[in-house]
Every structure is written in structure tokens, then in C-alpha cells.
Design a protein around this ligand. Structure first.
Ligand code: ADP
Length: 256
């Protein structure tokens, strides 16, 4: 992660506060194309806020983010808000985001969910949007579910459909905010498998997760955060077998 020549994602000195509360302090890392990175850490340490910053759902207080050469500097927001917003919109098109609670449109079928943004945001033809939606539903194991509504699906199926919907925008990076936390145990694996399959396809993915077994087995790198800071970034063997920081060791002891 640190040795890459041209990272797909570059984050430098990212800072974010809400009022007087510092939520993220000096976050820096690089991620190469094709990497699967898990972000772990105690509740409230800023993991979701970090993902929201990467998807431009939050305004940065300081620092910079670049994804696929689109660069956002906090200082640009202070200087020229409309230029910053245009750049944030371009950057957001490179990023697909999947939330814990799926956030599918309840009044639309899965095909409707997956074609909507393609036709509205990308002005894709209905036929092409539908073809891609069917391809993606097949890919996440929901090939026969196109005409089904979200209410008729299990949690695992809804989450797989949400992943297909995000993929339909052809993002360069997928972000997942605790994608399996609201699922029954027997459905967790089917969602994690979709992420493993995407990893095999070369998709770049960042996952905030409490699934330590998945983080250990599937990640190229793990970011351990505490109190709005990155404590440690290591590959999966290093962090689980030989954590460098006592805080990481204490956290993993509780989880493993
Ligand atoms: P995590 O994902 O690690 O559980 P979060 O990023 O959700 O942590 O939250 C980090 C801290 O920021 C928490 O203390 C949370 O209460 C606070 N926080 C998150 N969103 C907001 C907000 N919109 N306004 C104020 N505080 C917030």
C-alpha cells in the first residue's frame, strides 16, 4: 500500500470535525487499484465518517483526497465552493457505496432499482441499462429476481441487490459501510462471497467491517483506527499475528 507508484486512492492529512469534536485527525493512506482493504476499529472511532469523506458526503476540514486522479483539497472548498462541488460530483461518480441498511428504493423492482441511476445520471438507454442490470443481478446470484420488490427479499438478497445497483454506475472503487451488520448469520457469507468475487475481478474495495475472519482472510491490507486516527496499517498476516501497537493488540484480543 505504501510502496505503490501510482495509487488509485490517495488520502493525505484528512481532518474532519463536527462542531468542537474532532472525528478524524490527520488520516493518510494510499490504496492501489485492485486492493481489498478492511477498516476495523471500535465503534465511534470514525470509520463511517472516513467512508463518507471518501464518497464526498462530508466536506473535509483539512487535507486532500484523490481517486483516479480527481483531486479534492479542503482548501479548494474554502476558496471556491462551486468548483469544489463540481469536482466532488465527478469524484463521486468513481465511487460506489453500499450501506448497512441496503437503502434500495422500496417502490421499485430490482431492475427498476438498478436501471434508475444509469438512465437518469448517465443518460443510458433503457435497453442498455436493463442489459447491464440483468448481467449484474446474475453476477450477484439474483438472476431470476429482476421483477421482485425489495420487501420480498431476505436481508442477504437485498444487500446483494444493493451491491449490483452500486456496480451499475461502473465505479472504480466500492465502499461498504458494515455491509453485513444487520444480516442474520446465515446470510453474511453470501454477501462476503460477492466481495471476494469482485476482488477476483480486480475491483478496488474498502470495507468497514466487524467480520474479523473475513478481514483476515480476504484483505490485502487492514487499517486499524482508534479515536479518529490510523493506529496501524498492515497486511492481514502482520496485523493478526504480530500487531505493532498495543491498542491494536487489545482490540483484536477482544474480537478474536
Ligand atoms: P464508527 O463508524 O467508527 O462507529 P462514526 O464515523 O460513525 O464511527 O462516528 C464517529 C464519531 O462521530 C461518533 O462519536 C459519532 O457520534 C460522531 N458523529 C458521526 N456523525 C455525526 C454527525 N453528523 N454530527 C455529529 N457527530 C457525528
Amino acid at each position: 500500500m505504501s510502496n505503490c507508484t501510482k495509487p488509485l486512492i490517495h488520502v493525505s492529512n484528512l481532518c474532519k470535525s463536527y462542531g468542537n469534536s474532532k472525528i478524524l485527525s490527520g488520516i493518510s493512506f494510499d490504496i492501489e487499484s485492485g486492493d481489498l482493504v478492511s477498516v476495523i476499529g471500535p465503534s465511534g472511532c470514525g470509520k463511517s465518517t472516513l467512508l463518507r469523506c471518501l464518497n464526498c458526503l462530508e466536506v473535509l476540514d483539512d487535507g486532500e483526497i484523490s481517486i483516479d486522479s480527481i483531486r479534492l483539497l479542503a482548501s479548494d472548498h474554502r476558496k471556491n465552493e462551486s468548483l469544489f462541488s463540481r469536482r466532488a460530483n465527478r469524484l463521486r461518480l468513481n465511487v460506489g457505496m453500499v450501506f448497512q441498511e441496503f437503502n434500495l428504493f422500496p417502490h421499485k423492482t430490482l431492475l427498476g432499482n438498478i436501471t434508475l441511476a444509469q438512465t437518469v445520471v448517465k443518460s443510458e438507454s433503457v435497453g442498455k441499462a436493463r442489459d447491464l442490470a440483468m448481467f449484474l443481478l446474475e453476477k450477484v446470484g439474483l438472476g431470476n429476481f429482476g421483477e421482485r420488490y425489495p420487501w420480498s427479499l431476505s436481508g442477504g438478497q437485498k444487500q446483494r441487490a444493493a451491491i449490483a445497483r452500486a456496480l451499475a454506475m461502473k465505479p472504480k472503487v466500492m465502499l461498504y459501510d458494515e455491509p453485513t451488520s444487520s444480516l442474520d448469520p446465515e446470510m453474511i457469507e453470501e454477501v462476503l462471497q460477492v466481495m471476494r468475487d469482485l476482488d477476483n475481478d480486480g475491483m478496488t474495495q474498502i470495507i468497514v467491517t466487524h467480520e474479523m475472519r473475513f478481514a483476515k482472510d480476504a484483505s490485502d491490507y487492514i487499517i486499524y483506527m482508534e479515536n479518529g486516527e490510523i493506529v496501524e496499517i498492515s497486511d492481514e498476516d502482520e496485523i493478526f499475528i504480530n500487531p505493532q501497537d498495543d491498542r491494536t493488540r487489545r482490540f483484536l484480543k477482544r474480537y478474536m
